[in-house]
Write a protein that binds this ligand. Structure first.
Ligand code: ZN
Length: 123
């Protein structure tokens, strides 16, 4: 079994509705996203998935969030844009990509909200 990962980042604003504290106020983050893929079968070049292709797919998903006010997006119309919900939404959107197969699948999405705070989502 192989496990590969790529990282990308996006910057955006959000607030946490109903939260008792500073995070209830509008503020921003530079979220760092890590996509982790697992699989057993390498292609003819010896790659699970080309890092470049995986990163491009991740960036396509992150384009929806980059330099946006996350609370206003349709994606977060029914839930707060917490790091947990951001991780699940990115997982679901990226997992639908045709670069994955029955043997090579998206395993997890890590969302780092601050240097010391990180969420991992997997199914
Ligand atoms: Zn925040």
């Amino acid at each position: 079994m192989y496990e590969i990962s790529v990282r990308a980042a996006f910057e955006a604003a959000h607030f946490i509705s109903g939260y008792n504290g500073k995070c209830s106020r509008l503020h921003g983050h530079n979220w760092i996203i890590e996509a982790i893929v697992r699989g057993e079968n390498l292609d003819s070049l010896g790659m699970l998935i080309d890092f470049k292709i995986l990163k491009a797919e991740l960036n396509k998903v992150l384009d929806e969030f980059d330099h946006r006010f996350l609370n206003e997006l349709e994606t977060f119309s029914a839930e707060n844009p917490t790091a947990e919900n951001i991780a699940r939404q990115i997982f679901r959107k990226l997992a639908a990509s045709e670069i994955f197969s029955d043997s090579t699948k998206l395993f997890a999405i890590k969302v780092q909200e601050t240097p010391n705070s990180c969420v991992t989502y997997y199914e």
